[in-house]
Ligand binder design. Structure first.
Ligand SMILES: C[S@@+](CC[C@H](N)C(=O)[O-])C[C@H]1O[C@@H](n2cnc3c(N)ncnc32)[C@H](O)[C@@H]1O
Ligand code: SF4
Length: 474
């Protein structure tokens, strides 16, 4: 399949509007095979023993995925399920604790200094359940200095939950605000109120949580640009020191089915909110930390995003749908919870060498991707594996090359690895692009301009795909 650059851009725009979980499936699904937790443990042990690169990774970030939600929001793309009975949570905690105990020895000697909870809705656990799961983490991965990053839906947050987490090292609370307009929230079946959101923010500031993040969405049905900007102003006044602005992507695909003019209007309005929001944040003293992510300058020590893999840090994910990895070496993910107090199912990713190499390159380029080091590690030249894609990115001004080392250019302010992994999987892996195209052949029309006239850079910054991986704790 021949792919020219403008076609690829268009295809990426198109992907923005498709349910990301189906993309996740097609990216990873083909490469995974059912396996056992025993095998996962052995793979990690063998890699840590024999692979000097894996041995050099001394830090492991713990990610716990809480898949339950009390109500399913219409817009949501996350790996989540509706909670039917509260007792399911106890089964879940038991399963996660077993999973952690079972795998902890494979990570022995590594520093587990951060613990990230993502969802679904981690705040759905009550104070007692929070204590139980934290005790499970402490038993499997003891670390008295641990920083906790926790994601909440305001409707299920309370003072007693905040007290439990504060006492155990809460470092970053992420509040799912989306909008402060109760009418807009009702449009997307979101149960919280403006009043409750503001309480969450104030109480976190009062409890001196170092970082309080708010997630805002741009382009929701019924949302106006003025409403969006007013919300942002209130949230900043109330003391949010980290802000994520997400461009709304419609999981139902209804927007794409509208006329081309309407589609363009939708993008135009959404882009304008993103742009105005960005300008207001910069004016208020925030700096951009990634696509749609802003941190208040001088808010303290370096703000840590959700768990992500670097050359110095692995991620160990627990709970259904959580993903784990040592870049370029071991990848595995948990499947659904099984009946009974058991471990979730497991999929050990049998990624081929080509995937491992591209993935390593995607991570290494954050600090500098060295041709020689790459060739030594994989016995294949970087030119052969990623040359074409790197030149593509270079032409776009996104990466630079000097003295055998590829790096991000200043032009592209991506710090979070998540976005970049997705980007490279697509750009570096022609086979994956082809697979995706085949899969969406009946939906993708190359004649249609999905970008609404956007630039490449915007295409990526608008991409919901980009936010998928870190949310899922890859
Ligand atoms: C894991 S989700 C939700 C976190 C938490 N469960 C909550 O409800 O607040 C993380 C964030 O992704 C964003 N998000 C979810 N679906 C989206 C969509 N369709 N388009 C853009 N952003 C979305 C929302 O801002 C949301 O807070
Ligand atoms: S936005 Fe949050 S609460 Fe709503 S369905 Fe998604 S994960 Fe659940």
């Amino acid at each position: 399949m021949i792919l020219n650059r403008s076609d690829l851009r268009n295809f990426l725009f198109f992907l923005n509007e498709i349910h990301p979980l189906s993309i996740e499936d097609s990216l990873l699904g083909a490469a995974t095979a059912p396996s056992s937790w025993e095998e996962v443990k052995t793979k990690i042990r063998v890699a840590r023993k024999n692979d000097s690169f894996v041995r050099s990774i001394k830090r492991v970030q713990i990610y716990i995925h809480v898949p339950f939600c009390g109500r399913l929001c219409k817009f949501c793309h996350c790996a989540r399920i509706l909670l039917r009975r509260r007792s399911e949570i106890n089964t879940y905690i038991d399963s996660v604790s077993r999973q952690m105990m079972f795998l902890s020895s494979a990570y022995q000697g590594m520093s587990a200094d951060t613990l990230c909870f993502g969802g679904g809705t981690p705040s759905i656990l009550n104070a007692q359940q929070l204590t139980a799961i934290l005790d499970g983490v402490d038993e499997a991965f003891p670390n008295p200095q641990r920083k906790i990053l926790f994601e909440i839906n305001p409707s299920s947050w309370s003072a007693s939950k905040l007290a439990v987490l504060s006492a155990r090292g809460l470092y970053r609370l992420s509040i799912g605000v989306q909008s402060l307009d109760d009418k807009v929230l009702r449009n997307v079946s979101r149960s919280q109120t403006r009043k409750k959101v503001l309480w969450c923010l104030r109480s976190a500031r009062k409890a001196k949580v170092p970082y309080v993040n708010v997630d805002l969405m741009a382009g929701l049905p019924g949302q106006t640009t003025k409403g969006f900007m007013d919300d942002l102003e209130v949230l900043l006044d109330e003391g949010a020191n980290v802000v994520h602005v997400y461009p709304y992507c419609d999981p139902t695909g209804q927007i794409l089915r509208r006329s081309q003019d309407e589609v363009k209007d939708f993008f135009k309005k959404r882009d304008s909110m993103m742009k105005l929001g960005s300008e207001a944040l910069v004016k208020a003293g925030f700096s951009r930390k990634g696509l749609g992510a802003y941190t208040q300058t001088g808010a303290g020590e370096e703000h840590q995003e959700e768990a992500y893999t670097t050359l110095e840090s692995a991620v160990a994910g627990f709970g259904p749908f959580a993903k784990s990895q040592f870049p370029g070496a071991v990848y595995y993910s948990s499947g659904a919870l099984r009946a009974g107090n058991n471990l979730p199912s497991v999929a050990l990713a049998q990624h081929d060498k080509s995937y491992a190499m591209s993935h390593y390159a995607a991570i290494a380029i954050m600090d500098g991707l060295n041709e020689k080091v790459f060739a030594r590690r994989f016995g294949v030249s970087l030119e052969k594996q990623c040359g074409e894609a790197l030149r593509f990115l270079q032409q776009e001004g996104l990466v630079t090359f000097s003295k055998g080392v590829w790096k991000f250019s200043g032009k592209w302010e991506i710090r979070r690895i998540r976005e970049y992994i997705v980007l490279t999987r697509i750009l570096f892996g022609q086979r994956m692009v082809d697979n995706l195209r085949r899969r969406f052949a009946d939906k993708y029309d190359p004649q249609h301009d999905y970008s609404g006239g956007n630039s490449l850079l915007k295409a990526y910054s608008n991409s919901w795909l980009m936010t998928l991986y870190y949310r899922m704790g890859v």
